[in-house]
Ligand binder design. Structure first.
Ligand SMILES: Cc1ncc(C[n+]2csc(CCOP(=O)(O)OP(=O)(O)O)c2C)c(N)n1
Ligand SMILES: [Mg+2]
Length: 675
């Protein structure tokens, strides 16, 4: 329906009033951007965004991703107009226990697909969601996914963040014509104006990247409407609508002069008389600003009716498809239920003494065959991070063919991670992505967001230690494991370690680690694998114990003189060191710890059984000693950890093992020194 522009403007003013009032009441927040963007969000929600007011989880809905999460007051105010939040809740912005938090992450029941606190990530989440929609359209044939539009809202900050380059490249190369991004170009940022920091031609930049670009006045409802219409008809390209917006539109200062286009309105309440003047100027009541105007109520009541008939039609199409494809329909339901997939792991056979990255490839190969909604990605390292185990069983996603399941992300680790997060936010798919462990540094901000949002993205990191020595210190992870293991110590709001971090000791442990990763649908999982071959653990090892995070390796002695602790390939170094120690009559227990976080979740009784209080501990890690220092609590004071305390060195890995003390002989010497 085409609404009267006057009513649309009134509704946008209503959003401006609500956003400014919520920030004023909270005494903190961001009114300026929210007031400038109100016209776009209002036209989108009153005329275009397709969703089911009665069924927020509807799989075929359009999705709106707000990259500048600081503009949440705009989104909350809009969501008040469609009944997802009450005005009372809006008035509780940013307060303890209130549903209207600062920078909300996601809450689909309330109509929040995502807002990003860290600028830049949010619009790339949208790009990931658009990939997921294309994937589901191709893999299910359900016509609803081809009708979905993913809307992203980006601001100056997001355009400036480097990730926008990666996101724009991917959206273009995959021809994401289901993606419409609105750029709120208001020339103002937090502490500067855009002219102080950029002189690019953003329209030309996106055109050069292969986008369809439309430039409009972002506060003009008629132009916004026309631009969205045009964008929806574009085929084969994503669209960027650049809207010149006025920061703090309608705002007045204390003295009644214009408060528009002023940095000060970015992140602080308008304040006192300025607030009063502004609300009056926008047609509101400064005494009672939390109100919805009658004509605005009517505008959205009409839209609700319209949506009813839109979704009735869409459900009819979906039902016809489901009737013709009952098996696929059942499968689709399971995919969106977020349940762990059923996998027959018995088909995975591991080669003796293999590198864990190759063992991971064997698992990925089985997953490609058995988990039809899994998408695996690599940042241009598939043959090295061994995600090619997956790729060999499918094909890469391309602009013209989303029938494959491998996402070639190019060399852009943060972008890749954010795309995977966006896929997960969309729902219906299980994303995984791989690169070298040292480049996890490029991905941390996204891992943190996945952890905070409890999204089951699988991060595959290979080349786990200094044993990539020939490439030199730049490529040798040292502190990365300690960093990522901090995420195991950081608990999510459900009380669980926010990331499950697994570094298996050898090939068969790798299968167990992948099992745990696939079963874990409530947090991200990090899988850390070796480049080099590793000797298998002794015969008779009980691999079912891997799920406890730490366990006693087969061949360990009763009543040990020393408990040796490690993860990854250092476990096999301990095993060979133990052979030397036993020749001297030393009794050794070896504990493999793929995940200390998981171990600490076990009952105290179990923890005590594996590592009794007062034990003499010798730990060995190719990372910082802090990786294992938790095991020294309550241990014999002579206990020690052998770790790496500097950057790596350039040399073949076997030489580095010798030079840095990762040998059976050094295990022998170190243990002897503490007995
Ligand atoms: C990655 C990241 N860096 C810095 C910030 C802090 N920050 C929040 S908003 C902002 C300025 C953003 O300006 P713009 O995107 O133009 O928003 P507007 O001022 O127009 O509302 C900054 C630096 C952030 N949220 N995320
Ligand atoms: Mg701005």
């Amino acid at each position: 329906m085409t609404n009267d522009i006057k009513v649309l403007n009134h509704a946008a003013d209503n959003i401006r009033i609500l956003a400014a009032a919520a920030v004023e009441k909270a005494k903190s927040g961001h009114p300026g951007g929210a007031m400038g963007g109100a016209d776009f969000i209002n036209v989108l929600y009153s005329e275009y965004l397709q969703y089911d007011p009665k069924n927020p989880e509807w799989v075929g809905r359009d999705r709106f991703f707000l990259d500048p999460g600081h503009m949440a007051p705009m989104l909350y105010s809009q969501l008040c107009l469609i009944g997802k939040f009450t005005l009372d809740e809006l008035a509780q912005l940013r307060q303890w226990g209130s549903p209207t938090t600062g920078h909300p992450e996601y809450e689909i029941a309330r109509g929040i697909e995502n807002t990003s606190g860290p600028l830049g990530q949010g619009h790339v989440f949208a790009i990931g969601a658009a990939i997921a929609a294309k994937f589901l359209a191709a893999h299910t044939g359900n016509p609803t996914f081809a009708k979905e539009t993913i809307y992203a809202y980006i601001s100056d900050g997001g355009i400036e963040e480097e990730i926008s380059q990666g996101g724009a490249r991917i959206a273009s190369s995959l021809g994401l014509d289901n993606l419409i991004m609105f750029y709120d170009s208001n020339d103002i940022q937090l502490s500067t104006e855009t002219k102080d920091v950029m002189n690019e031609d953003t329209a030309a930049k996106y055109r050069a990247l292969g986008w369809y670009v439309i430039e409009i006045n972002g506060n003009d409802a008629a132009q916004i409407r026309k631009a969205i219409e045009e964008a929806k008809s574009v085929k084969g390209q994503p669209t960027l609508i650049i809207g010149k917006c006025i920061m703090g539109k309608g705002a007045l200062k204390e003295d009644g002069t214009s408060y528009e286009a002023n940095c000060k309105t970015h992140g602080a309440p308008l304040g006192g008389q300025a607030f009063v003047n502004t609300i009056k100027n926008l047609g509101g009541d400064p005494e009672k600003p939390f109100q919805i105007f009658d004509d605005v109520k009517e505008l959205y009541a009409n839209r609700a009716k319209e949506l009813e008939s839109i979704v009735t039609e869409r459900y009819a199409e979906e039902n016809a498809w489901a009737a013709a494809n009952p098996d696929k329909a059942k499968q689709l339901e399971e995919w969106f239920a977020g349940k762990a997939p059923k996998v027959d792991w018995s088909v995975v056979s591991q080669k003796a003494n293999d590198a864990t990255r190759s063992a991971s490839a064997a698992c990925l190969s089985a997953l490609a065959e058995q988990v039809p909604n899994m998408i695996c990605a690599s940042a241009d390292l598939s043959n090295s991070d061994k995600t090619d185990g997956f790729l060999k069983k499918t094909r890469a996603l391309t602009k013209d063919d989303f029938g494959g399941a491998f996402f070639q992300a190019g060399v852009a680790e943060l972008t890749m991670a954010c795309c995977c997060i966006g896929m997960s936010l969309h729902g219906g798919v299980i994303p995984a992505c791989g690169t070298f462990f040292v480049f996890s540094d490029y991905m941390k901000p996204a891992v943190r967001m996945a952890a905070l949002m409890q999204l089951p993205v699988k991060f595959i990191w290979t080349h786990d230690a200094f044993r990539v020595g020939e490439d030199g210190p730049t490529h040798e992870p040292v502190e990365q494991e300690a960093q990522i293991r901090l995420m195991e110590k950081l608990h999510n709001h459900a009380g669980k370690p926010s990331v499950l971090v697994l570094r298996p000791a050898e090939a068969k442990e790798t299968t167990e680690a992948w099992k745990l990763a696939m079963d874990n649908m409530s947090t991200p999982t990090a899988l850390i694998f070796s480049r080099q071959n590793i000797n298998d653990l002794p015969e008779g090892n009980d691999y079912s114990q891997v799920s406890k995070g730490a366990y006693i390796v087969a061949g360990s002695d009763e009543n040990p003189d020393v408990v040796c602790v490690a993860s990854g390939s250092e476990v096999s170094t301990l095993v060979s060191g133990a052979e030397l120690l036993r020749k001297d009559g030393v009794k050794v227990r070896i504990v493999s710890v793929p995940s200390e976080g998981l171990f600490r979740e076990q009952p105290m009784e179990y923890q005590q059984k594996i590592i009794p209080v007062g034990s003499k501990i010798f730990g060995m890690t190719a990372g910082l000693p802090v990786n294992l220092q938790g095991f020294l609590i309550g241990a014999d004071p002579k206990s020690k950890i052998w770790g790496l305390e500097s950057f790596g060195f350039s040399a073949p890995y076997k030489v580095l093992d010798e030079k840095l003390g990762y040998t059976a002989e050094n295990v022998y010497n170190q243990v002897k020194s503490i007995l």
